[in-house]
Every structure is written in structure tokens, then in C-alpha cells.
Design a protein around this ligand. Structure first.
Ligand code: PLP
Length: 421
């Protein structure tokens, strides 16, 4: 199919050309004397991304799932109790992983479309006077439902209960796109993957651990080999890895972090918020609803859009892909067929999103959903126009003495002009 594929799943996200070029390089010796400079810079700058000065970053050749596992096995023992609300497929899968490692998970089932139930968490932790619960597992942004939880409120719940449990946060679809503050919220283990806000291909699982989490390693008895923080700490201290790192991805990560810091993290978050607001305006204009049940849950990285009863969202996704070369995210598990997702994270701008919104509305019309063609595009476009930053003054245009000027025609044409640097 001619033209570019429109990749609008909530990860993997579009990889900017700058990152592609940074990764396009010959392999090199990862034990050379030059390698530590790369490692040290990445581990230092990841801390800025996670907003921690006291935490320690780990880069595994893995994915977000590997990050989940690394966080748990380095800090807990089989039989330990952890508390985990479940409000979507990713919180479900993390719970499953914890259970398969022999952890006892107290599950708080929450309606899909809502986020972390902070009052309930506080209640349960307050009742746990013996401090049996060793950890609280929170998915910051539930990618399956497009719901973002309030991590500051979760922290307040732990503090109000005066509970020492470690706070584990899955930031796979938030970190690098939605505000995340590891130190301020006293997150003990924060996890992300390379293929979302970091705009890289899949293949890295990144974990940041607080000093309290690192101390918990001493007692933690879960078996660990590949994901052992201890081996990483030893090797990273000299700028190396305990096994072959994903070299091209590390160069991509260097470029990704540079891009995020050049734009400025606050501006990156604001861009995601503004782009997401445009998508939400489109959904309203279509007369459809998000899976997220209230604005406080709205995710700035993914919108999960419910199709009307009697329609199958999988048909919308299929038509969008096969007819318009647009990849939309599927509904997962219990919301399969009920919704489709537009991922709006990573390397994106207004016009890219308008393309996705146009494709989504064409595909919805094609399968018979009664929406007005152009309604979503118009609503989003209006949002983007009305919230656009004021333009800086245009660079003055002055005629160049080097370029011969055409004779004045007297017909109102302006003379040819060149911008002079
Ligand atoms: N957590 C969240 C919130 C996710 O969105 C995903 C994947 O989409 C994962 C965890 C699992 O990550 P991975 O597929 O990289 O293992």
C-alpha cells in the first residue's frame, strides 16, 4: 500500500527518524573502554526522566513485562502478600505474574474504566496493623482502558495508613508522556518499556529502584538470575552490563532522552495533554463514549473508545487497517469487541492525529456506525487551532543584493525576496 502506515496503537509508537538514524550503526564491542561513557550517561539521565535523585536505574534487554518481574523478584519472597487493584488487562497480567512467582496477591477488583481506588487501599492498609502487606502494585496508566490513576493520592493513602509497604508503579504507558515523580511520590519501584513514551522499538525494560527497594533485596528470596539487580549493580558500576546489552537500543535511548530533554519534560506532558484533548473532542463530536468513566481518569496517552451496542469494534480496526493503512489498538480481554483504542503518545503532532481521527471515522462509517463524517476531525482541529501557541514573529524578509530583482511590473506583484541569515 502506498504511503506510510499510520501507527496509532498505544505502543509500539512511531520511532522518530532521529532515533532510527542513531540506532543504524555497526555493532561494537560492549566491553570496550569506550562503552562506559554511554552506559553512565544513560543511567544518569534516566533518573532525570523518572524524577529521582536517590533512585537507581536499571536497563534490561527485555520489555515492560520483564520490568514487572525484575521489580518483584528483587524485593519480595514467595508467600509475601501484596495488594493490587485490578482495573484492566495490564493490571490483571501483572497480578498473574506476581502469583506465578508465589506471591499472595490481595486483589481489589475495580470496574474497568476506573482507576486505583485510593480510599479502599487506605482502608485495607490501615487494617493491616501487622504490616503483612509488603507491596502495593499500581498501574499508573491502564493502557487497556485509557485510565490514568492518581499516584499522589495513592502515596497519601499509604502515608495516612502509616504503612511501610513498598510502592510499585507500572509506568509503561505513562513515563515520558504523563507526569511522573518518583521521589515526590515516594515510588519504590518504577517500571517502563522502550516502545511507548521513549519512542523506541520494543526491547528494553527499564526499572528504577528507590534506596528502600534496594535495601529490601537483602531479605528478598524470590529466585532471580537474568533480572538480578545485584549483578547489574556490580557491572553497571564500571559502565558495563552482566550480559550482552541491546546495543542499538542503547544508542536509540541516548537519542530519545536527548529529544525529551530538548523539548522539556513539562512541554512533552503538555503536548500529550493537548493532543489527547483533541481526540476527546472528536469522541464527543461523534456522540460516543470513552471507556474511562470520568474526566479524572482520562488518559493523555491512549483513548479507549466504546462503539455503540450492536457493533463490533474489531470490525472498525480491521477496516481501518486493511482499507486505510491505519493501525488502531484492539479491545483486550473483557472489552474485546467493545472498544478500539487510539494511542496518542510518543512522537506525534496535531496533523498526524487528525489523520488517525479521519481514518477512525471513515472506518466507523464503513461498518455502519452512524457518525457524521468530518465531525471528529472538525472538533479536534478546532481544539488544536484554538489552543495553538502564539507564533513568534516571522524572520524579517529583506531583498538580497545577490539576487537580481525583476523589474517592477506595476501590477501589484511584490518583488522577489530572500531571507537573509
Ligand atoms: N504495562 C502496561 C501498562 C502496558 O501497556 C504494557 C504493554 O502494552 C505492559 C505493561 C507490558 O509491556 P510489554 O508488552 O512491553 O511486556
Amino acid at each position: 500500500m502506498a504511503g506510510r502506515n499510520f501507527l496509532f496503537v498505544p505502543g509500539p509508537t512511531n520511532v522518530p527518524d532521529r532515533i532510527l538514524r542513531a540506532m543504524d550503526r555497526a555493532m561494537e564491542d560492549h566491553r570496550s573502554s569506550a562503552f562506559p561513557a554511554l552506559t553512565a550517561g544513560l543511567l544518569r539521565d534516566l533518573k532525570n526522566l523518572f524524577k529521582t535523585t536517590t533512585g537507581q536505574a536499571f536497563i534490561f534487554p527485555a520489555t515492560g513485562t520483564g520490568g514487572w518481574e525484575a521489580a518483584l523478584v528483587n524485593t519480595l519472597s514467595p508467600g509475601d502478600r501484596v495488594l493490587a487493584p485490578r482495573y484492566g488487562q495490564f493490571s490483571h497480567l501483572w497480578i498473574d505474574l506476581a502469583q506465578r512467582h508465589g506471591l499472595r496477591v490481595d486483589i481489589i477488583d475495580v470496574e474497568w474504566g476506573e482507576g486505583a481506588p485510593v480510599e479502599r487501599i487506605e482502608e485495607i492498609l490501615s487494617a493491616d496493623t501487622g504490616h503483612e502487606v509488603k507491596g502495593v502494585l499500581i498501574v499508573h496508566n491502564e493502557t487497556a482502558t485509557g485510565v490514568t490513576s492518581d499516584l499522589a493520592a495513592v502515596r497519601r493513602a499509604l502515608d495516612a495508613a502509616r504503612h511501610p509497604a513498598l510502592l510499585y508503579v507500572d509506568g509503561v504507558s505513562s513515563i515520558g508522556a504523563i507526569d511522573f515523580r518518583m521521589d515526590e511520590w515516594q515510588v519504590d519501584l518504577a517500571i517502563t518499556g522502550s516502545q511507548k513514551g521513549l519512542m523506541l522499538p520494543p526491547g528494553l525494560g527499564v526499572v528504577c529502584a528507590s534506596p528502600k527497594a534496594l535495601a529490601a533485596r537483602e531479605q528478598a528470596k524470590c529466585p532471580r538470575v537474568f533480572f538480578d539487580f545485584g549483578d547489574m549493580i556490580k557491572a553497571n558500576a564500571t559502565g558495563y552490563f552482566p550480559y550482552t546489552p541491546a546495543i542499538p537500543l542503547l544508542y536509540g535511548l541516548r537519542e530519545s532522552l536527548d529529544m525529551l530533554f530538548e523539548e522539556g519534560l513539562d512541554d512533552v506532558f503538555a503536548r500529550h495533554r493537548r493532543l489527547a484533548d483533541g481526540v476527546r473532542a472528536a469522541v464527543r463530536a461523534w456522540g460516543l463514549k470513552l471507556c474511562a468513566r470520568a474526566p479524572k481518569w482520562h488518559s493523555d496517552t491512549v483513548s479507549a473508545i466504546l462503539v455503540p451496542d450492536g457493533f463490533n469494534a474489531a470490525d472498525v480496526i480491521d477496516v481501518a487497517f486493511r482499507r486505510y493503512n491505519l493501525a488502531l489498538g484492539a479491545g483486550l480481554a473483557r472489552v474485546a469487541g467493545k472498544l478500539y483504542r487510539i494511542g496518542h503518545l510518543g512522537d506525534l503532532n496535531e496533523l498526524m492525529l487528525l489523520g488517525a481521527i479521519a481514518g477512525a471515522e471513515m472506518a466507523m462509517r464503513d461498518v455502519g456506525i452512524k457518525i457524521t463524517l468530518g465531525a471528529g476531525v472538525a472538533a479536534a482541529a478546532e481544539h488544536y487551532r484554538s489552543t495553538a501557541a502564539p507564533l513568534p514573529p516571522r524572520v524579517a524578509v529583506v531583498p538580497s543584493p545577490d539576487v537580481p530583482q525583476p523589474p517592477a511590473s506595476g501590477k501589484g506583484h511584490s518583488p522577489r525576496a530572500t531571507v537573509r541569515a
